[in-house]
Design a protein around this ligand. Structure first.
Ligand code: HDE
Length: 700
């Protein structure tokens, strides 16, 4: 973890202004002159016109008028955090990069994002997530600009504008925001079938993560690593979350879109504030660089393909811990500029045609977004290694370069700067001398790129029954939102090439004719792709402890026991205030919604509806303890948690029969009736598997 003084500096080493955001003790103009009044404009008399000479007014309004910069054309909605990467020091055979050497600790800034929505859109949209990491290494910036899905929609960057235009809201009335459930998206992906494998992941639970802390990350493309001896290997990058990969229920993510559009951003920030620092292991799958770029029949240059971990295990290289929230969202999360071409010696690109196009796009986009070519000088983008690029001038130049000869060769500045190999005696850092195949200029692709379905099938058959059911529901929902029957039919025909049962189920849900069953090859399943059936740490899991005013005797003890096991208790009662000094009530029945909690602890007796104004839904407010109608807000809280397979814990002698009273089974999987001192154990054990999927069994 970074030490205190370091925490006061931006990753680029420049000071972050302390205090309320400015570095003067008193209010000043932009030019540093003192301001005596910022509440009244200068006027010709109290009731007279405003004077043009009021510089403070004009400067203040001028700056405000220009506070916004263009949002990212994709990945506009994001959340960031600072942290560090600690190398395991085991990469010397593979890669010469300094930050992978033994004992190296490197500061990082990570930005997670959704892809399609605008900057103000909801966090929980069904969408791919960006997972971009900036490593501030001593050899310069290394950006790993990946996603939470290891394969992409398209194989050639030239298709990116088509894809994005199809996924974005319809251009006439700009509907729908941050969603793929509409005609143009499905029109494109059902016609441009290389997208089918990515879309399969997108229709799975992977596209509605429970938390940004519970997502895998992937570099997607194949990269090249080169060791000290100049030996190259091909690699694919993976981030493995310590907390496992977990998702929301679809209904839950829709509710969260309204109840808390900042759901993921808040979760990340709160976990860091609570000291439940998110952690990932960085690993690589390694393939021989034998000139074929094919591994076990999988084309490593085709970004719509991934390599199952069972074929090439992920070798861990280090650990990343995010331990600090941004000091300023705009300065850091908004202005951070990633680029897949920001590489360090020992890491190089491959000929993947999607990656090649990205190398152009990410520089280009910053010119518009960040207003000129000097964006690397913005503190969050600035390398910690010294910079001597001989670039000059341009908008927003902050450096004051010395010398008179910014050109090479020169004699006037003593021939400086020298090339790195001259100074260090080491081999030149970049430009691995990869042989280029003899060919002719073409606009075409290799034959192996024409397999668009086998990996979608591989993914689907690797899922558990409940995950497959979610996939089927997702396709049925999304296509059900398309208005053009031709598009629905065409996508169902694509599904028939992936899995007959899936296609049949979706066709039935849509009321379409059953597609003809096809003979499909059966790939070997990859169990690593399923999220279910393992057990995980529960750090930062939110447990709602629900009680009534005056009924708080056991609350402090339960809250403490949950916190001691790393969970985050949130206390929910009829009205606000404190349970004990320093132990505030976090939510009231009015502000609590089920989406916020991974588990509920219900401490009865819970109250009936206080008055008609909260009797929102008479049906939901079925009989509570003692046959009195339960407060409908609590009934809703509990029934939603139940429906979303969440753990619910009731207390012996206090809340027995409470679930039955709202029409739910109190002996269903994931529901436990325990003694007060058993609550934390029970929560930990139930949450370690994320959800009680067995509550609503699905036929295999
Ligand atoms: Fe991006 N992408 N992308 N992309 N991408 C951007 O760069 C682009 C692709 C990814 O948090 C933009 O600075 C093209 C694949 C992430 O700031 C833009 C192509 C993958 C982020 C751009 C791709 C990604 C971006 C928008 C096809 C996964 C957010 C603003 C050739 C490996 C980074 C910006 C952040 C952002 C272009 C394909 C991931 C326009 C042309 C594949 C995580 O330059």
């Amino acid at each position: 973890m970074a030490s205190e003084p370091e925490q006061q500096a931006s990753p680029g080493g420049e000071p972050v202004l302390s205090g309320p955001g400015q570095d003067s003790e008193f209010l000043t103009t932009n030019q540093g002159a003192p301001v005596s009044d910022t509440d009244h404009s200068l006027k010709a008399g109290e009731r007279g016109p405003t004077l043009l000479q009021d510089h403070h007014l004009r400067e203040k309004i001028m700056h405000f008028d220009h506070e916004r910069i263009p949002e990212r054309v994709v990945h506009a909605r994001g959340a960031g955090a600072h942290g560090s990467f600690i190398s395991y020091g085991n990469a010397s055979e593979l890669c010469r990069a300094d930050f992978l050497k033994p004992g190296k600790q490197t500061r990082v800034f990570v930005r997670f994002s959704t892809v399609v929505g605008s900057r103000g859109s909801m966090d929980t949209a069904r969408d791919t997530r960006g997972f971009a990491t900036k490593f501030y290494t001593e050899e310069g910036i290394f950006d790993l600009v990946g996603n939470n899905i290891p394969e992409f929609f398209i194989q050639d960057g030239i298709k990116f504008p088509d894809l994005v235009h199809a996924a974005k809201p319809h251009p006439d009335v700009e509907i729908p925001q941050a969603q793929s459930a509409h005609d143009t998206f499905w029109d494109f992906v059902s016609l441009h079938t290389p997208a089918q494998a990515h879309v399969m992941w997108q229709m799975s639970d992977r596209a509605i993560p429970r938390s940004l802390r519970m997502m895998e990350g992937f570099g997607v493309h194949t990269f090249r690593m080169v060791n000290e001896a100049g030996k190259a290997s091909l690699v694919k990058f993976h981030w493995k979350p310590k907390l496992g990969v977990h998702s929301l229920a679809w209904e839950e993510s829709q509710l969260a879109a309204g109840a808390d559009p900042d759901f993921h951003r808040r979760d990340l920030a709160e976990a860091i504030d609570a000291g439940a620092y998110p952690e990932w292991e960085l690993g690589v799958q390694i393939f021989p660089d034998d000139g074929t770029a094919v591994f076990e029949g999988i084309d490593l240059l085709d970004p719509t393909k991934f390599v199952p971990e069972e074929l090439a295990p992920v070798q861990p290289l280090g650990k990343m811990v995010l331990d600090r929230n941004p000091e300023n969202y705009f300065a850091q999360t908004e202005q951070v500029a990633f680029h897949p071409g920001h590489l360090v010696p020992g890491i190089d690109i491959s000929d993947d045609p999607l990656l090649q196009a990205r190398l152009f796009s990410y520089l280009d986009t910053q010119l518009t977004r960040l207003g000129g070519p000097n964006f690397a000088q913005i503190p969050i983008n600035a390398p910690v290694s010294p910079v001597n690029d001989m670039f000059r001038d341009g908008f927003h130049q902050h450096r004051v370069p010395k010398g008179i000869a910014p050109y090479k060769p020169n004699s006037l500045d003593g021939g400086c700067p020298y090339m790195s190999q001259v100074v260090s005696g080491q081999q030149p850092p970049l430009d691995f001398p990869q042989p280029v195949p003899e060919s002719k200029k073409v606009r075409s692709e290799p034959a192996s790129f024409s397999d668009h379905y086998s990996q979608a099938r591989l993914f689907y058959i690797s899922l558990s029954a409940v995950e497959r059911a979610h996939v089927q529901q997702a396709y049925s929902f999304e296509l059900g939102k398309c208005t053009d029957p031709v598009i629905r039919q065409r996508q169902v025909e694509c599904l028939a090439k992936i899995d007959s049962q899936l296609a049949a189920g979706v066709a039935k849900a849509l009321g379409l004719p059953q597609p003809a069953a096809m003979e499909l090859a059966d790939p070997i399943a990859s169990p690593a792709l399923s999220q279910i059936g393992k057990s995980w740490p529960v750090d930062g899991r939110k447990v709602g402890v629900v009680f009534n005013t005056g009924n708080h005797q056991h609350v402090p003890g339960i809250a403490q026991a949950l916190a001691e096991r790393g969970m985050s208790p949130l206390l929910v009662s009829a009205s606000g205030g404190e349970v004990a000094p320093g132990l505030p009530i976090d939510r009231t029945y009015l502000t609590a919604r089920s989406i916020e909690f991974d588990a509920l602890v219900l401490i009865g007796p819970l109250p009936p509806a206080p008055d008609a104004s909260v009797a929102l839904d008479a049906k939901a407010g079925a009989a509570g303890a003692g046959g009195v109608p339960l407060d409908p807000r609590l009934a809703l809280l509990v029934t939603e948690a139940y429906r979303h397979n969440k753990a619910i814990i009731t207390l012996e002698g206090l809340s027995d029969g409470l679930l039955q009273a709202v029409g739910l089974e109190d002996d269903a999987p994931g529901i436990e009736l325990v003694q007060v001192d058993g609550v934390a154990d029970s929560a930990q054990q139930l949450l370690s598997t994320h959800r009680a999927w067995e509550r609503f069994p699905v036929k295999d």
